[in-house]
Write a protein that binds this ligand. Structure first.
Ligand code: 3HC
Length: 314
């Protein structure tokens, strides 16, 4: 936990302009990932516009950002309530939520897309903002498993396009995967790496391959856990206990799927299956299909492999 505090402190105290020319960041998509990215950028001193076309989702994002900023502030400024309040006020003053995506990209240095994991949706978005955003602006996708090069293909700025892949919960997880395609320029790559460090993340470089590093390992692991449950090897709870106490993971695979959202995991798992149709590892799970069809989506719906009350926080 001490490491987390250090990371958050570093993110807040580093001057963005000293490290990189990126001053203004536009995050498109106000879901769990988008709101987390916007929060971390705003608390690190960047001017941030958070664009979300769904009014309800934008309201939810605002509430969750404020709640999570308070959690961070409590940790960073344990000794001083006044400093903690200032931290939250400063971060919120750096953040501008909007429903107007086109206006949000007109004056910006970095656009981070965190919308639905659907290539058509991403293509539609990037092809519409490419002619509007400033020439120098870097575009990045937070996709979990789609190809960055394929997403970038609809734009005329393939050299200023890369992947910035964050992890949930964004304010807590220290890693940022920086993905470069064969067309990403050295300058763009350098700016993405430097920017990641100014928001307090540890960056790793990754080629544009399915699932990058973390999800390429995590996907088969979660799928195997589902199959283990289907084979009746052990209960979900015992498998979770086994991985927490036997492998030192902070959450077991079923707790993690509940946390990520079973619908989100299913979208990613289905994508894997389409990519590798003959692989046993990515064969769709009946349990997952049934639970998603029944609306058991994990923490966000109140029930997944476990039950949650309304106070459970994402
Ligand atoms: N914002 C700010 N702070 C938060 C937070 C959030 N959203 N969520 C948790 N925290 C803080 C809490 O306030 C708490 O702080 P404290 O120690 O000072 O009290 C601390 O983090 C720990 O939280 P909790 O006490 O609530 O619970 P845990 O100790 O169980 O930690 C967890 C929660 C950090 C989520 C931990 O269980 C964990 O690391 N789980 C694994 C998460 C993981 O694997 N993420 C990757 C998912 S895959 C992914 O994101 C890829 C993408 O493509 C989908």
């Amino acid at each position: 936990m001490a490491q987390t505090v250090l990371m958050l402190n570093r993110g807040f105290s580093t001057s963005p302009s000293a490290m990189t020319a990126i001053k203004h960041v536009t995050v498109i998509g106000g879901g769990i990932m988008g709101s987390g990215i916007a929060q971390v950028a705003a608390q690190s001193g960047y001017q941030v516009t958070l664009a979300e076309i769904n009014e309800g989702a934008l309201q939810t994002a605002k509430v969750s950002i404020e709640t999570n900023l308070k959690r961070v502030a409590k940790k960073v400024h344990k000794e001083s309530l006044e400093e903690a309040e200032k931290f939250v006020t400063n971060a919120l003053s750096n953040l501008r939520p909007t429903m107007n995506v086109m206006e949000a990209v007109q004056s910006t240095d970095l656009v981070i897309e965190a919308v639905l994991e659907n290539i058509n949706v991403k293509h539609k978005l990037f092809s519409s903002i490419d002619p509007i955003a400033p020439e120098h602006a870097i575009f990045a996708s937070n996709t979990s498993a789609l190809s960055i090069q394929e997403i970038a293909s609809v734009t005329k700025r393939k050299d200023r396009f890369g992947g910035l892949h964050f992890f949930n919960p964004v304010p807590v997880m220290k890693l940022l995967e920086v993905i470069r395609t064969p067309e990403t320029s050295d300058e763009t790559y350098g700016k993405m790496m430097a920017w990641g460090n100014t928001i307090g993340k540890t960056t790793i470089t990754c080629k544009d391959t399915p699932g990058f590093v973390v999800n390429r390992l995590l996907g088969p692991y979660l799928n195997e856990a589902l199959k283990m449950l289907e084979r009746g090897v052990a209960t979900a709870q015992d498998i979770d206990t086994a991985m927490k106490l036997g492998a030192g993971y902070p959450m077991g695979p079923f707790e993690l799927m509940d946390y990520i959202g079973l619908d989100t995991h299913k979208i990613v798992a289905d994508g894997w299956h389409r990519k590798f149709p003959n692989s046993h590892t990515f064969r769709p799970s009946e349990i997952l299909e049934t639970m998603v069809a029944e609306g058991k989506l994990g923490v966000k719906s109140g029930e997944g492999f476990y039950k949650y009350d309304k106070s459970s926080k994402l």
